[in-house]
Ligand binder design. Structure first.
Ligand SMILES: Cc1cc2nc3c(=O)[nH]c(=O)nc-3n(C[C@H](O)[C@H](O)[C@H](O)COP(=O)(O)O)c2cc1C
Length: 303
C-alpha cells in the first residue's frame, strides 16, 4: 500500500492530486463520473467580488499539444458561490480550495474576509489570469504589488493562502520569494502562458480577446523548470501545475520540488483525469518500491 497523504503546511491532503481552477467548475459535472472524495481537492473556478459573464466567444482554440483560452473569469460572484455552490462542494469529501481574482488590492481583501467565515479549506490567490484587463496578472508580474496584495490578504483571513503565479515574467523566483516574504503558505506554479492563434484566411486572431492563455502538454517543460528553480529558493510548499496528463508527468513535478499537483486541461479531454493520474502515480510508486508519494518530492539530481 503506497501512502498518498501529504501535508501542505497545515493542510493535510489524502492525495497530492487536485483539480486545477477553471477546468473543473465547482465539481458538479465530474461528481457524476466518479467519487470526488478519492482525490486530494478541487480548486474552484476563479471567483470575483461581483459576477462576470467573461469574454465574448470564441474563447478557446486548439493548438499543437495544448489549447488557448480567454474565458475571462466568467463566474457567479463570491456571494452566489457561497450560497449556491460551496455547501454542495463541502459534501464532496475532498479539500476545497477557493480560487479568487481581483482588479485591486481591495477586491482581494473583500474576497478573503468573506471567505474567512466559511468552511472552505484554502484560499488560492489568483495573481496570474492573463485574460482580464485589470488586476490578476498585472499584480502577479510586479514583485512590489505581490508583496502588498499577499500581506493585505493574509491580514483578512486565518485560512491557508496559496499564491498562484504567472509564468509570464522574467524571473519567477523573485515573484515566488516576494509571495513567501509576504506570508504565502504555498506557491502554485504555473498559470497559463500568453499566446496568440491566427486564422490565416481572415488574418484575424482566432480568439475574440485576441490573445489567450496556453495550457496543456506544450507548457509542461516550462512549468517543470519553474518549479525546480523556485524549489531551490523558497521554503514554503510548491503546488505544480502545467501540462500534466498522466502519473509519470505528476511524479516528475514532485521530483522537481512540488509537494502536490493540479490537473487542468487533461480533465477537459477526459473527466476522470485526476483519478487516473492518481492511480497511475500509485502504480509507478509500487513498481519503484517507493512507500510514500512524498518521498519523490524534491529529489531532482542535477548534472
Ligand atoms: C479553460 C481554462 C480556464 C481557466 N481558469 C482559471 C481560473 O479561473 N483561475 C486560475 O487560477 N487558473 C485558471 N486556469 C489555469 C489552470 O488552472 C492551470 O493553471 C493551467 O491551465 C495550466 O495547467 P494545465 O496545463 O494542466 O491545464 C484555467 C485554464 C483553462 C484551460
Amino acid at each position: 500500500m503506497v501512502d498518498t497523504t501529504i501535508d501542505l503546511g497545515s493542510v493535510r491532503l489524502k492525495s497530492p492530486v487536485l483539480a486545477a481552477s477553471g477546468t473543473f467548475g465547482f465539481g458538479r459535472e465530474v461528481s457524476s463520473v466518479y467519487d470526488l472524495s478519492q482525490i486530494g481537492g478541487i480548486c474552484t473556478k476563479g471567483l470575483t467580488v461581483d459576477s462576470r459573464s467573461g469574454n465574448p466567444p470564441p474563447r478557446v482554440a486548439e493548438t499543437a499539444s495544448g489549447m488557448l483560452n480567454s474565458v475571462g473569469l466568467q463566474n457567479p460572484g463570491i456571494d452566489s458561490f457561497i450560497r449556491d455552490e460551496l455547501p454542495n462542494m463541502l459534501q464532496m469529501g475532498c479539500r476545497i480550495v477557493v480560487n479568487i481574482a481581483g482588479n485591486s488590492l481591495e477586491d482581494y481583501q473583500i474576497l478573503c474576509r468573506t471567505l474567512d467565515t466559511t468552511r472552505a479549506d484554502v484560499i488560492e490567490l489568483n495573481l496570474s489570469c492573463p485574460n482580464v484587463r485589470e488586476g490578476c496578472m498585472m499584480i502577479g508580474s510586479d514583485e512590489r504589488q505581490i508583496r502588498q496584495v499577499v500581506s493585505a490578504s493574509k491580514a483578512m483571513t486565518t485560512k491557508p493562502l496559496w499564491v498562484k503565479l504567472t509564468p509570464n515574467v522574467t524571473d519567477i523566483v523573485r515573484m515566488a520569494c516576494a509571495a513567501e516574504e509576504a506570508g504565502a503558505d504555498a506557491v502554485v506554479l504555473i498559470n497559463t502562458l500568453m499566446g496568440l492563434a491566427i486564422d490565416r484566411t481572415s488574418r484575424r486572431p482566432i480568439l475574440h480577446n485576441n490573445t489567450g492563455g496556453l495550457s496543456g502538454p506544450a507548457i509542461k517543460p516550462v512549468a517543470l523548470r519553474m518549479v525546480a528553480d523556485v524549489f531551490r529558493s523558497v521554503s514554503i510548499p510548491i503546488v505544480g501545475v502545467g501540462g500534466i496528463m498522466n502519473g509519470s508527468d505528476a511524479i516528475e513535478f514532485l521530483i522537481a520540488g512540488a509537494s502536490a499537483v493540479e490537473i487542468g486541461t487533461a480533465t477537459l479531454l477526459k473527466p476522470s483525469a485526476c483519478l487516473d493520474v492518481q492511480n497511475e502515480m500509485i502504480a509507478i510508486a509500487e513498481s519503484d518500491g517507493v512507500d510514500s508519494l512524498k518521498d519523490y518530492s524534491g529529489t531532482l539530481i542535477a548534472w
